[in-house]
Design a protein around this ligand. Structure first.
Ligand SMILES: Cc1ncc(COP(=O)(O)O)c(C=O)c1O
Ligand SMILES: N[C@@H](CCCC[NH3+])C(=O)O
Length: 434
């Protein structure tokens, strides 16, 4: 399974962005996060063009939680997408990269007063309000503002997308958003409308992540449009925009069957149009927030194989120089991956092995049971589809320095984030040995 610009070159090595990954491992060290820049840009364009062709009044907002660096913000800006940030830190990253504040959407289920103040000061485009506590803080901030603070209200639409339990966020029993069934969503509208300094632009929902089915998107459209109709009837206001969040799935292994981008977006847009017509309301602006679908398959992590433990008749473990500190997803979600030996890229599979990380946890396994060519210490293992929720979810567990991030494109490699050093690990310690 090769994505984007990945191919096998004349040396039988994995090549991405025109760069030999074996050379990159030597030059930058391992573990190493590689990002295929051309593929990221292609995905941005595909989402943007497909959505705007289906519905001109639309916007694609990249979800920065999937992968965010200042360099990534630049790409998103150049590709004319907007940006979803979910914390003061992500907002700071975007502003530091001079990302246009008007195109920033500020999310989060527990934004602090300070974070909200920062968002208002920078003039972000929309604040996606999650709860009453936040609404009160915003009302207060609005009193000190000349222009109105534009918001969307996050609604919990009560839909269960078929995905891993821990990453469902749309069901009624959720920490996110205002519930529909318990009347909180209507109360939130009332609250928002009662503040002169706040301008309610519309509503938001997010029904989960790595979704493969059409139905949850159809249902989200139905629920949100019916809510917009109810609000129109009760308060006489028209909903000008609805943000349907992210969740579009990608193919980590051959078992994954995501829909095409066209299918996902057609489903959503057709449903929105259908329900607008049925309910006799104006078709709103349609916003989406893909994260994984933009960067997931564009990322590859390179590791060096170290110790190999063979338990005859049981299992062969090959250990690599990273693990749950750079990829928590197998431990957290039971996530599955495909991989290749980058220096033997075209060789046929010869043995079944399991890939272990180097953290001090039995659960630190990156891949169980994968067929690979014969593996020896020093081989470079490439794990695919590590562009989303890897760098951003990395940690220093076991005091492992975070890997470097390198963008590859047209045969050149650009270091975007340097590898952490041991000094970095102690940078915030204030203890002094007397
Ligand atoms: C509010 C919101 N928007 C967008 C996303 C991005 O989701 P995905 O990476 O599945 O597209 C998420 C994460 O699931 C989210 O919580
Ligand atoms: N972090 C998750 C997805 C959660 C998305 C954020 N709402 C993943 O790795 O799949």
């Amino acid at each position: 399974m090769l994505f984007g610009t990945a191919r096998i070159n004349e040396l039988n090595h994995l090549e991405i962005g025109g760069c030999d990954t074996v050379d990159l491992a030597r030059e930058f060290g391992t573990p190493l996060y590689l990002m295929d820049e051309e593929y990221i840009r292609k995905n941005c364009r595909l989402y943007k063009h497909t959505l705007s062709k289906l519905h001109e009044n639309s916007e694609v907002i990249y979800a920065g939680k999937a992968f965010l660096t200042m360099g990534m913000c630049k790409i998103i800006e150049e590709e004319d997408l907007s940006l979803d940030v979910v914390s003061g830190g992500e907002l700071y990253t975007a502003i530091s990269a001079e990302f246009p504040a008007k195109r920033i959407y500020f999310h989060g289920n527990n934004k602090s007063y300070e974070e909200l103040r920062m968002a208002v000061k920078y003039g972000v485009g929309r604040i996606i309000v999650d709860n009453f506590y936040e609404l009160e803080m915003l009302k207060d901030l609005a009193k000190k503002q000349r222009s109105k603070i534009k918001i969307l209200l996050r609604i919990t639409p009560g839909i269960e997308a078929h995905t891993h339990d821990y990453i469902k966020t749309g069901q009624l029993d959720s920490k996110f958003g205002f519930g529909l069934e318990n009347g909180h969503a209507v109360m939130a509208v009332e609250h928002a409308l009662s503040s002169k300094g706040i301008k309610l632009m519309g509503f938001h929902c997010h029904i989960g992540s790595q979704i493969f089915e059409r139905e949850p998107f159809n249902m989200a459209a139905e629920v949100m449009l019916k809510f917009a109709r109810d609000i129109h009837e009760s308060f006489g206001i028209e909903t000008s925009e609805i943000d349907f969040g992210g969740g579009f799935g990608i193919k980590y292994t051959d078992d994954d069957r995501p829909l095409s981008v066209e299918n996902y977006l057609e489903t959503l847009v057709d449903s929105v149009k259908l329900w607008s017509e049925k309910l006799n309301i104006r078709v709103p602006k349609i916003l989406i927030e893909p994260g994984r679908a933009i960067v997931g398959a564009a990322g590859t992590t390179l590791y060096t194989v170290g110790s190999i433990k063979n338990i005859p008749g049981v299992r062969k473990y090959i250990s690599v120089d990273g693990g749950m500190s750079d990829n928590i997803r197998p431990a957290l979600y039971g996530a599955k991956y495909s991989a290749m030996i980058a220096n033997k890229a075209g060789n046929p599979p010869e043995e079944k092995v399991s890939v272990a990380g180097k953290c001090c946890e039995s659960g630190d396994m990156l891949i169980w049971d994968i067929e690979l060519p014969r593996v020896v210490p020093g081989d470079i293992l490439a794990i695919f589809c590590t562009g989303a929720y890897h760098y951003t979810m990395s940690s220093n567990y076991n005091m492992l320095p975070r890997p470097a991030v390198v963008f590859v494109k047209d045969g050149s490699a650009q270091l975007m984030v340097q590898r952490e050093t041991y000094e970095d690990l102690l940078r915030n310690e204030v203890f002094k040995n007397q």
